[in-house]
Ligand binder design. Sequence first.
Ligand code: ADP
Ligand code: GLC
Length: 495
Amino acid sequence: MRIVVTSSEAVPFAKTGGLADVATGLSRALAAADHEVTLVVPYYPRHVPVDLPCPEIGTTVTVRVGQKVVEAGLRRAELPDSRLRVILVDQPMYFDRPGLYTDQGHDYQDNCERFVFFSRAVLEAVARLDLRPDVIHVNDWQTSLLPLLLEVDYRHQPGLQSTGTVLTIHNLAFQGRFWKWDMLLTGLDWKHFNWRQLEFWGDINLLKSGIVTADLITTVSPTYAREICTTEFGCGLETALGHRGDDLVGILNGVDTDVWNPARDPRLARQYDISNVADGKAVCKTDLQRELGLPARHDAPLFGMISRMTEQKGFDLIAATAERHLQHDLQMVFLGTGQPHYENLVRDLANRYPDKVAAFVGFDEGLAHRIEAGADCYFMPSRFEPCGLNQMYSLIYGTVPVVNAVGGLADSVVDATPAAIADGSGNGFVLAEYSPEALITQVDRAVDLYRDSNTWQQIVRNGMGRDWSWNRSAARYVDVYCRAHGRHAVPHQDG
Ligand code: ADP
Ligand code: GLC
């Protein structure tokens, strides 16, 4: 198939979270399966690695955004060992900034304008480069206006008449909700400002426009697909989602195992696989403890957490229970950025327990890999979690996750009861409910079981033994793309 994937972030060009891993990981997997894939992303000059060439391709696109006529250059890039084509939309006024969406914790005022621009620029680029896609796959609110723009303004263009659209929701909590006068930026007629399309409680809602317009909608785990049709998790869009019935599909994210693979990870002190995981992890743990300035203790379990520091990720539970966990002989490492009171909480713990806690407030890809390899356990007690990648990275690296049973966590982590350990499925510790007591219970259990080395190694192997790569999920996306494309198939003309 000819597939265009578009996203506001993609590794290694720019990343704030899992969306960036998924945009590239899925696109590469599709390209490896012989599809013709183009990934279109903004060009954020301050985020692209210096050693990654992104030459201009000598073509520009022109986009009208409200009263402005904005021109953008197009660049291209290649990724090692991949046939994936990457196109970057270069418009410094919108993308040459310190952050992707925020600066110092505040959203950019013109985020609506920036991503309306980008969504139109993608369609212009698709037409200009004559990509003739069977399907355009958009992701989250930033590109979610594209399906409606395609219907209203681009359907007649050659090569776009039979293009299907697929929207993936990575996080329903972010909807791209802006005041209604931003309608003027979209270039769409006010008739689309109604409760069945763009309007949401008097504002415009870009994600909603994608939910009602895209041919098919996916989200990043089967459990989250069910959850978002309920008032508890639907963030006000549960009715719109419920109306889509079978057009809403949950597909668990995969892992890009070229990037996250302990057997080939150049960032580790020792590479390892399931056959030598105990020895390999022991070396990585000592190395990590040295890097963190913690005592090199093999007997004390080391808990890691790499995360945006927000309520979503269960930091209120961590805050409520950390001191209690520290009554055990264990160590903890936190890497992340986010709400200032959580950043201060982990810094404070590290100051008060220098032999037990290390905290790094910032973004550090290399350290993230070394924590996944060197830690014994991983904290992910999220309040909600569309998919979550770090629990899967943990499972691949032989690090046992402690999770709440929501979204993709429920679809990837199986509680290590004696029966589940024995049948090969038990791979982590699952909270019975979202509460501090439930987290304490699971940490107590983990600390206990860690002393029983044979059982622990079995849990580790259960996690490592399953295929977490994109293989299966990419094939499911292809099915969804075929369905979406099928809705626009031009009838076959007989002589
Ligand atoms: P979300 O996208 O909701 O933040 P995911 O688990 O899907 O959660 O993905 C988060 C991704 O971002 C993972 O690849 C994780 O390792 C990475 N990440 C988050 N915070 C940091 C950080 N401070 N430093 C390095 N990587 C981070
Ligand atoms: C979002 C979700 C996370 C998911 C990621 C990639 O950021 O919060 O659960 O793994 O997108 O799909």
